[in-house]
Design a protein around this ligand. Structure first.
Ligand code: NAD
Length: 453
């Protein structure tokens, strides 16, 4: 342990980041910008040359940062995992989606674990950051790493019996530390968000804190990796449930002719005991629609059903259908049917001002609208062409928001409230608008053409 702590103190510790996505890339940049030699590992061969030439493939991660660390030779990306032993600290940031049965798909963690075990050397520290169910670090990764020398030597005939398993906290160090990235939030970045850390042993925790304290403003130690894993799930479940609550209230209040956004804004003036959450067309992003179900799955092993999580999931999953019902109702009031209508969806990404399309409700809205016979287009200043996702493959390109184009559509449906939209211009030039975010009113538009829902 002394070796790695000394290297951290002397700032000669080499960082390896496995998975250079929305989480891994900014973390790699933090270390490299602080002067640590940082190696990025990814299986996506397309990203490697791009990053090594100082370019970014994520809109809100600026290329000049990448260029700076590439030019100063503090960072490079590679798909060659045999270079893993060059890193003293390895941080895993790979995806944790759900499979087609909405069960955890931890194959990315398992694959990263296997390859790290294949090259694990004495003295290395490994931290998992991917959101996952409590127990993953100790149940999946720990046994792989303990048996790493046996795995490595099993290829050499006759040597197997002489090799001793690694001891955690002595031969290698293992921790879980959940990521809390909020893409494009101007107030918080990877370095300024406090980070929860749980080590398998007290030595593991010490090393983990020393590694993270180099770049993170504040580390928050907890007693175990499972406590850290559970913390991340609590944070995301809390959001999922509160969003479901306001989505349900939106539907109830609408029947009562009460504006849910007005009510939330009024309630938010209470200086304690209330946090504002806002309704929308459905959940999006890599975390909130997915992570809660990691706990649901794990809880079954303990014969517990997670009713709150399931209920919230049910309500949130229904929201795109509710929005389309509302769209049909608006058109109906103007003697039109969805079938045959031209609909323009504004905003394709799952949240405003970013280009991240994962689990975006806009994709579901397109699917339902098409099923009902509508002709659908979209506009998104951040997404020029709809990318292929795990579930959807649309061949669609963003249409220009011109006067002439807007006038073509029977209904404009605002799904993502990008800041750069000119809401007054859109309202002035559209026939009918369905606003799922209350963006038009917030922009000061007061028009009979705009309906909330
Ligand atoms: N995006 C967020 O805002 C956010 C926030 C908090 C937590 N998380 C969690 O962080 C984790 C990573 O999310 P992300 O958004 O960065 O995902 P991402 O899809 O943007 O990036 C993951 C990267 O890992 C790479 N990868 C996959 N398998 C690999 C392997 N075996 N070895 C090396 N690289 C591999 C992929 O090619 C990709 O570049 C997930 O568990 C997610 O739930 C994400």
């Amino acid at each position: 342990m002394k070796d790695i702590i000394q290297k951290i103190d002397q700032k000669t510790v080499v960082i390896g980041i496995v998975g250079l996505g929305y989480v891994g890339l900014p973390l790699a940049l933090e270390y490299a910008l602080k002067g640590f030699k940082t190696i990025g590992f990814d299986i996506d061969e397309r990203k490697i040359p791009l990053l090594n030439s100082g370019k970014s493939y994520i809109k809100h991660i600026k290329a000049d940062k990448i260029k700076k660390v590439v030019d100063s030779k503090k960072f490079f990306a590679t798909a060659d995992f045999s270079r893993l032993p060059e890193a003293d600290a390895i941080i895993i940031c790979v995806p944790t989606p759900l499979n087609e049965h909405r069960e955890p798909d931890i194959s990315y963690i398992e694959n990263s674990g296997k390859v790290i075990a294949q090259y694990l050397r004495s003295g290395q520290f490994v931290s998992l950051e991917s959101s996952t169910y409590p127990g993953t670090t100790e149940e999946i990764l720990l046994p792989m790493f303990e048996n790493a020398p046996i795995t490595q030597m099993s290829k050499v005939k006759g040597q197997k019996s002489k090799v001793k398993p690694f001891v955690v906290g002595k031969d290698f160090f293992l921790a879980f530390s959940p990521e809390r990235e909020d893409p494009n939030n101007p107030n918080y970045s990877t370095a300024t968000i406090p980070k929860v850390v749980g080590g398998v042993t007290s030595n593991c925790l010490k090393v983990a804190l020393a590694v993270y304290n180099q770049v993170i403003v504040k580390t928050v130690p907890v007693s175990s990796p499972r406590a850290a894993e559970a913390t991340k799930l609590l944070e995301n479940i809390y959001r999922s449930i509160n969003i479901a609550l306001v989505n349900e209230l939106k539907m109830v209040f609408e029947r009562m002719n009460i504006d849910v956004w007005e009510v939330i804004d009024a309630a938010a003036t209470k200086p304690f005991g209330f946090q504002a959450f806002y309704p929308g067309p459905g959940l999006g992003g890599h975390c909130i629609p997915i992570d809660p179900f990691y706990l649901t799955w794990k809880a079954r092993e303990f014969e517990i059903s997670t009713k709150f999580i399931e209920l919230a999931g049910e309500i949130n999953t229904f929201m795109p259908y509710y929005v389309i019902e509302k769209a049909a109702e608006i058109l109906n009031n103007f003697k039109k049917s969805l079938n045959g209508s031209k609909v323009l969806i504004l905003g394709a990404s799952y949240k405003k001002d970013i280009d991240d399309m994962r689990e975006s409700p806009s994709l579901k809205l397109i699917e339902i609208l098409r099923e009902k016979g509508a002709k659908v287009d979209y506009n998104d200043p951040y997404v020029s062409k709809l990318p292929k996702t795990r579930k959807y493959q649309y061949d669609m390109e963003s249409v220009e928001l011109s006067k002439k184009n807007l006038a073509k559509y029977d209904l404009v449906l605002l799904s993502t409230d990008h800041t750069e939209y000119n809401y007054k211009f859109i309202a002035a030039n559209s026939k009918l608008i369905l606003d799922t975010r209350n963006a038009f009113e917030r922009a000061g538009v007061n028009s009979e053409k705009v309906f909330k829902g």
